[in-house]
Design a binder for this molecule. Structure first.
Ligand SMILES: C[S@@+](CC[C@H](N)C(=O)[O-])C[C@H]1O[C@@H](n2cnc3c(N)ncnc32)[C@H](O)[C@@H]1O
Length: 283
C-alpha cells in the first residue's frame, strides 16, 4: 500500500472540514456569528478577567482554518510512518487533522532528551496519546503517557464557551476499554495511564504523586478545563520541555483562548504558531 492510501486509512477526517470546499462552506457558516457575536462576547470576557481588552490576533482565527501546513521546520520523530502503519493495523483512527498532529509531533520530538512524562488533557478517543506512547517506545524514551478525559463527552461549558455544547466529542460507548485493548495490542499498555473523569478530580489524584512533564498537550476546547489543565501541568514542566495548545486559534474555542491568555498573563510564556489553530511554548 502506498503512503497516501495508508494516511487516508489512519486519519479519520469525517468530523472536520478537510477539503477546500468544506472549509469555504464552514467559513460562511461560522464567519458572521464569529465576528458579530462571538468576538464581542470574547472581548467582554477579556475585560471581566482584567486582560487587555483588544486582541487583534483573534480576528484571524477563521482564516487559519485554511492553513494545511505546520509553520516550523523541525523534524518529525524517527519511525513516524512505521508507527502510523501499526496504529492502522490496531484499528486506531486519528481524529486530529494531519498538519496539527505533525506540528505537535515535531515539538514532542524536540523534548526527547528531557526527563519527564507526557500528559494529554483532552484525549477523546485516545489516538494521539497512543501514537506518542508508541513513538516513545520505539525510540526508547523512558516516559509514561497520561490520557485525561471524561471519555463521556464535553462536560458543562461556561459563559465564555459561546460555540461549544456539553456532550460534544462523545466517544463510542466503552471507549476506555477500547483504548486499553489498543494499548495492549500496540505493546504500550505499561507506558500509558488512563485517567477518566473531570480534570480537576484527576489532578487531585495526581497531585500527590510528584509528576513532572517533558511534554504537555492541552486540547480541551473549553474555558474551565483549559484553565485547570494550564494550572496543573505547566508548573510541572521540566526545563526544556514544551506545551502545545491545540485550540488557541480555534474559531469555536474562544473560551479556551481566554483561559490560555488568563494563565499566561504576567508569565514568561511565549506562544508561537504551530499549525492551523495550534500554538506552542517552550518552558
Ligand atoms: C477535541 S477533544 C480532544 C481530542 C484529542 N486530543 C485528539 O487528539 O484526538 C476535547 C476533549 O476534551 C475533553 N474535556 C474538556 N474539558 C474537560 C474536563 N474539564 N475534564 C475532562 N475532559 C474534558 C472532552 O471530553 C473532549 O473529549
Amino acid at each position: 500500500m502506498d503512503a497516501d492510501s495508508m494516511m487516508a486509512e489512519v486519519f479519520d477526517d469525517g468530523h472536520y472540514a478537510s477539503t477546500l470546499g468544506q472549509k469555504i462552506k464552514r467559513s460562511f457558516q461560522l464567519g458572521p456569528k464569529y465576528y458579530s457575536f462571538d468576538i464581542p462576547r470574547y472581548l467582554l470576557g477579556r475585560r471581566a478577567l482584567k486582560l487587555p481588552v483588544f486582541d487583534w490576533d483573534a480576528l484571524w482565527s477563521p482564516l487559519r482554518e485554511f492553513g494545511q501546513k505546520r509553520v516550523n521546520e523541525l523534524p518529525l520523530p524517527n519511525g513516524y510512518p512505521e508507527v502510523l502503519g501499526r496504529l492502522r493495523d490496531a484499528g486506531v483512527r486519528l481524529t486530529i487533522p494531519r498538519h496539527r498532529l505533525e506540528g505537535l509531533l515535531t515539538i514532542w520530538w524536540s523534548t526527547r532528551e528531557v526527563r519527564g512524562d507526557v500528559i494529554e488533557c483532552g484525549s477523546y478517543r485516545g489516538a494521539t496519546a497512543l501514537l506518542l506512547a508508541l513513538l516513545g517506545k520505539i525510540n526508547q524514551i523512558d516516559q509514561a503517557t497520561l490520557m485525561l478525559d471524561t471519555f463521556a463527552g464535553m462536560p458543562q461549558t461556561s459563559k465564555y464557551d459561546v460555540s461549544r455544547q456539553p456532550g460534544e466529542f462523545l466517544p463510542p460507548e466503552g471507549q476506555v476499554a477500547v483504548i486499553r485493548r489498543q494499548a495492549e495490542s500496540l505493546g504500550v499498555a505499561d507506558r500509558t495511564e488512563i485517567h477518566q473523569g473531570l480534570f480537576h478530580d484527576s489532578f487531585r489524584n495526581l497531585a500527590g504523586r510528584r509528576r513532572s512533564f517533558a511534554f504537555v498537550h492541552i486540547d480541551a476546547n473549553i474555558y474551565e478545563g483549559t484553565l485547570e489543565a494550564c494550572q496543573f501541568t505547566i508548573p510541572r514542566i521540566v526545563e526544556g520541555g514544551a506545551v502545545v495548545f491545540d485550540d488557541y486559534n480555534g474559531p469555536c474555542d474562544l473560551g479556551a483562548r481566554l483561559a490560555i491568555e488568563q494563565f499566561c498573563a504576567g508569565q514568561k510564556i511565549k506562544l508561537m504558531p504551530l499549525a492551523g489553530s495550534s500554538v506552542w511554548a517552550r518552558v
